[in-house]
Design a protein around this ligand. Structure first.
Ligand SMILES: [Zn+2]
Length: 292
């Protein structure tokens, strides 16, 4: 049911609850009050983030003071799109649509038998739902907030996504900004001012499901070509500058899930390469004493 006039701050209305439920489904957070039907600062902040992402508001604008008719319609559309793609996901093959600038110059390809592992990343930005926006990202697969899977490179292309891991791994970038440790907003990477301060995102079910399906697709495709994926790693393990990459939420929902589901290894408690950091206890309770 569309909104007929703007909802002002302080409104108590069943429609406010609908908007709150849609924002939660889209991955925005309402940590204190949830979908309570009351239009307060928490909901307006999440709604403001939505407007920025939809390019309906400039990033430097202040928090909106009401939900407009157009804004509510945009939330409804985004939710309808989510509902439409969530059960099946959507696959976009972009491999022939960009110049592959992110491919390694010294070693552009690997053999199937040399492909051993998957590396998980968070974009720490919002690339969004248009596949062409991903063309400059040096990664094999992107997973959008609405659960789209965007393939950018062949599985045997070596691309520059994870430093010393590049020559035997396939990368998956999960779109959004996520705390290094879920529930600890101080571990969220923040851009320099005047960019607005970010609030950590959740992992929508459609995005998680698409990321898991992508892991399975990689394992199956490598196996069909005579190779074997044996490991899954967080980018953090190969770079000290990627402490929060991909963060505990993605690691637990996708990385540890893949270990349980397919018998993959993360290298173990002390494993890291190059300047990377081992997996912390806050991500995996098996690794007692490992610092964030
Ligand atoms: Zn990364």
């Amino acid at each position: 049911m569309p909104l007929s006039s703007a909802l002002k701050k302080g409104s108590q209305d069943p429609y406010v609850k609908t908007i709150q439920q849609h924002l939660l489904a889209l991955g925005y957070v309402l940590p204190r009050f949830g979908a309570d039907g009351a239009l307060g600062d928490e909901t307006l902040r999440a709604y403001g983030e939505f407007l920025v992402l939809e390019k309906m508001q400039a990033p430097t604008d202040e928090q909106p003071k009401s939900i407009s008719v157009a804004g509510a319609a945009a939330v409804e559309r985004a939710f309808a799109a989510l509902a439409a793609v969530a059960p099946v996901g959507k696959f976009f093959d972009e491999r022939n649509k960009h110049p592959h600038d992110g491919r390694s110059k010294s070693q552009p390809n690997m053999k199937w038998k040399d492909v051993k592992a998957i590396v998980l990343h968070q974009t720490a930005s919002q690339l969004g739902e248009k596949p062409e926006r991903w063309h400059s990202v040096p990664i094999h697969f992107g997973i959008s907030r609405l659960g789209k899977t965007i393939q950018l490179y062949d599985l045997t292309e070596v691309c520059n996504h994870a430093g010393a891991f590049n020559r035997w791994t396939i990368g998956i970038e999960i779109d959004g900004w996520f705390s290094g440790i879920d529930g600890q907003p101080n571990t969220l990477w923040q851009p320099k001012p005047p960019a607005p301060k970010r609030t950590p995102m959740t992992l929508p079910a459609a995005q998680m499901d698409a990321a898991r399906a992508c892991v399975k697709l990689i394992i199956d495709t490598v196996a069909a070509n005579g190779g074997k994926i044996t490991h899954i790693h967080p980018h953090r393990q190969s770079s000290k500058d990627r402490q929060s990459d991909p963060g505990s939420l993605i690691w637990q929902q996708v990385g540890i899930w893949a270990q349980d589901e397919f018998g993959l290894s993360d290298g173990g408690k002390t494993y890291s390469i190059d300047t990377g950091r081992p997996i912390p206890q806050a991500w995996d309770p098996r690794y007692t004493g490992n610092k964030y």
